[in-house]
Structures are given as structure tokens and as C-alpha cells.
Write a protein that binds this ligand. Structure first.
Ligand code: PLP
Length: 394
């Protein structure tokens, strides 16, 4: 039997379909609809919302979007993928397909803020209740599960503190409960972590982050096995419309071609910066799963190939000193986004976690001195120098 293709090859080759023009680079099909030979072909197309009987309308799907879906499914080791307009629409679509009124969700308490809002407010209007638990505390997940639990949802490592959840153990809890385990794989991407192989039912992505990798477009995706859930997601897009635009799909498809080398290079730079910060006299604590001192380093090594690009650290002196580090940078971009080849820096307590009450922020471990750095592709020496403007030399 032929050997399966390596992930490097899948990133640049999987999913490519050539048109009759034999273009080398994937074509961008910038069209809202498709034409038919005759009325019977149109009827067949409308009867089959996938691409089986030909493409119909780009709210259902589009050849450029299909190429991206097939490439991402191959990278995640899934059978199928549905691309969406953003990461949040991927999480919303997943919830709409898996859940109904009366169902219960167990969600990590260290997920993206809009995900917390979705489960704690929006979905409660439709009779869906959520219990939030610490991602690494398996007993808490187990205790939170009820007879109505249909979904376990998490990110690992968590943002910004890099708490690691044991995906295989959570998959066992979900399976026993008859619930789906959904992992948001934004921080690792399939290059560093493949949750489906560890037993997750679905992986969701904000393609806006590393998959694009250059801060250009919004996008999202859900990857899993072929079957009723993926069919339900396709039908949800057709009916509700949070579909990925072909142009964005094309940009992200090009991003996937360099995903492996970017993730490995950014993780290597992040590790070197984390090691430097760990010895810095002005830094009291560094949060990075790639550091041997990380309390869950062994688990991270088991399920991740490397630590990823995000390093968080506490500056001695609280908010004023943390702001000084941020404001003294000349190179690093001050922005809440991450997953870009340009390094970004933010102060979680007053930005990403600024809407939380002080008690909730303290419970989440977000201190006033905490700084989150998402490392890009600049040189390690230039990044250290930029951080040294506010921190002082290491
Ligand atoms: C881990 C994670 N999941 C989901 C999202 C939402 O993605 P989007 O902004 O593409 O809707 C984000 C955005 O920052 C994120 O960081």
C-alpha cells in the first residue's frame, strides 16, 4: 500500500482541483452562482446541496471554498470540513447543529471571550444551559456532566495562561456521557496538535489566526467525520448563511501552504523568548507550555509537537509596569489579535479580559501585571531588544 502523505505535503497539495485551464496555483472562483445546461440539471443541483450534482450558489458552497475544506480536513486528519465566515460562526454553527432546547453544555472556563458570551448568554435564550469548569481539572468535568449534557467544549492550551486540558481523557468522559467533544484548535493548529486523533469528535478553528497567518481575512472551519453532523452543518450554512467568502477561502488556502514552517518557526522563537523572560529580573512568572517549568509540560509534550506562539508573563510592579513594557515597544504591534507573522502584544486585564468583574478576573488568574505576547517571525534578538526597552536588559 502507498505510504500516506506527510503533513508538509498535505499543506501544499491536498484538496487542489484544477479547472479546464490547468492553472498551477488554485483558482479563485469569485462568483455568487453557477449556471446549468438546462432546467433538469438545475433541479438536480438544487436537490443536492453539496457539489455532487455541480455547484449551485456560493452560500451553499464554492469550488475555492471546497479546496480549502478538503485541505484543512486532510491536515486535521478528518474526513470532511465545513468552512464558515469566522471562528465564532464555526462555534455557533456547531452549537446549532449539536444542541436543542433543554440540552446542557460543559465548557472550559478559559475559552475566548465571545465563546463565553455565546454559551453564557445567547444560547440560554434558547433553553441551552452551560456549566463552566477549569480545563485541566478532569474531576470537575466529570462532576459537571448531566443526563442532558450533549457537548463538551474547550481550547488547549488556554489563552492567555497556557493551561493544558487532557484531550484523550476528556474524550473518554464525553463518550461515556453520549456527548460530543469539540476542541477549538486555534493555538496549536493541526501542525502541533491533532485533537481528532486523540478522540475529539470535532475540531473548530478561527482561520483568522494562524491558518491565514498574516492578519488579512476572517474565516472559520469545523472538521470531523463524514455523517449527520457534517451534513447538518452544510444544511445550516445553506439555510442560515454564515458561509466563508471565496476570496477569504483563497487567502486562507495560500496561508495553509506555509502553516507548518510558520508554526515551527514561531514556536521555536516563542520558546527562546520564554526562556529569556524566565531569567529576567523584572519578570515574576512565565506561562508557556514549552518550558520545562510549566506544571503540565509532560502532558503538553504528549499531545503537542511544540508550545505554539503565545507566551504570557507577569511583570513585577503590576499594571503600570506591564503598560510600560507594552508602550515602550517600537516593533511589536499593540493589538488584541494573534496568529500573525508580526508579533503582537496586549494587556489581558484591560483588553481581552477587561469586561470581566475584578473577582472573575482574579478567579481566572489574570493579574494586572500580565502581558500576552504572540510571537511572529521577527528575529529573537530584535524581539528581546524591543521588550528590553520597557523591561530593561535581561
Ligand atoms: C481561540 C479562539 N477561538 C475563536 C475565536 C473567534 O474567531 P473569529 O474572530 O474568527 O470569529 C478567536 C478569536 O480571537 C480565538 O482566539
Amino acid at each position: 500500500m502507498a505510504k500516506e502523505l506527510d503533513i508538509s505535503t498535505l499543506g501544499v497539495r491536498a484538496g487542489t482541483v484544477r479547472s479546464d485551464f490547468n492553472e498551477h496555483s488554485e483558482a479563485l472562483f469569485l462568483t455568487s452562482s453557477f449556471v446549468f445546461e438546462n432546467a433538469a440539471a438545475a433541479a438536480a443541483g438544487f436537490g443536492d446541496p453539496g457539489a455532487g450534482a455541480g455547484y449551485v450558489y456560493s452560500r451553499y458552497t464554492n469550488p475555492t471554498v471546497s479546496m480549502l475544506q478538503d485541505r484543512l480536513a486532510a491536515l486535521e486528519g478528518g474526513e470532511a470540513c465545513i468552512a464558515t465566515a469566522s471562528g465564532m460562526s464555526a462555534i455557533l454553527a456547531t452549537s446549532m447543529v449539536l444542541l436543542k432546547a433543554g440540552d446542557h453544555v460543559v465548557c472550559s472556563n478559559a475559552v475566548f471571550g465571545a465563546t463565553v458570551q455565546l454559551y453564557s448568554t445567547l444560547l440560554t435564550k434558547f433553553g441551552i444551559e452551560t456549566t463552566f469548569v477549569a480545563p485541566s481539572k478532569l474531576d470537575d468535568w466529570q462532576r459537571a456532566v448531566k443526563s442532558t449534557t450533549k457537548l463538551l467544549f474547550l481550547e488547549t492550551p488556554s489563552n492567555p495562561l497556557g493551561e493544558v486540558a487532557d484531550i484523550a481523557a476528556l474524550a473518554a468522559i464525553a463518550k461515556k456521557a453520549g456527548a460530543a467533544l469539540v476542541v477549538d484548535n486555534v493555538f496549536c493548529t493541526p501542525i502541533l496538535q491533532r485533537p481528532l486523533a486523540l478522540g475529539a469528535d470535532l475540531v473548530v478553528h478561527s482561520a483568522t489566526k494562524h491558518l491565514d497567518g498574516q492578519g488579512r481575512v476572517l474565516g472559520g472551519a469545523i472538521v470531523g467525520r463524514k455523517g449527520p453532523v457534517l451534513d447538518g452543518l452544510q444544511a445550516f450554512l445553506r439555510t442560515a448563511g454564515p458561509t466563508l467568502a471565496p476570496f477569504n477561502a483563497w487567502v486562507i488556502l495560500k496561508g495553509l501552504e506555509t502553516l507548518e514552517i510558520r508554526m515551527l518557526a514561531q514556536s521555536e522563537r516563542a520558546l527562546q523568548i520564554a526562556q529569556w523572560l524566565e531569567k529576567h529580573p523584572k519578570v515574576s512568572r512565565v506561562f508557556y507550555t514549552g518550558l520545562e517549568s510549566h506544571p503540565q509540560h509532560a502532558l503538553a509534550k504528549k499531545q503537542q509537537l511544540a508550545g505554539g506562539a503565545v507566551v504570557s508573563f507577569e511583570v513585577k510592579g503590576g499594571k503600570d509596569e506591564a503598560w510600560k513594557v507594552i508602550d515602550s515597544t517600537k516593533l511589536i504591534s499593540i493589538t488584541g489579535n494573534l496568529g500573525d507573522v508580526r508579533s503582537t502584544i496586549t494587556h489581558p486585564a484591560t483588553t481581552t479580559h477587561g469586561r470581566l468583574k475584578p473577582e472573575a478576573r482574579a478567579a481566572a488568574g489574570i493579574k494586572d501585571g500580565l502581558v500576552r505576547l504572540a510571537v511572529g517571525l521577527e528575529s529573537v534578538e530584535d524581539l528581546k531588544q524591543d521588550l528590553s526597552h520597557g523591561l530593561g536588559p535581561g
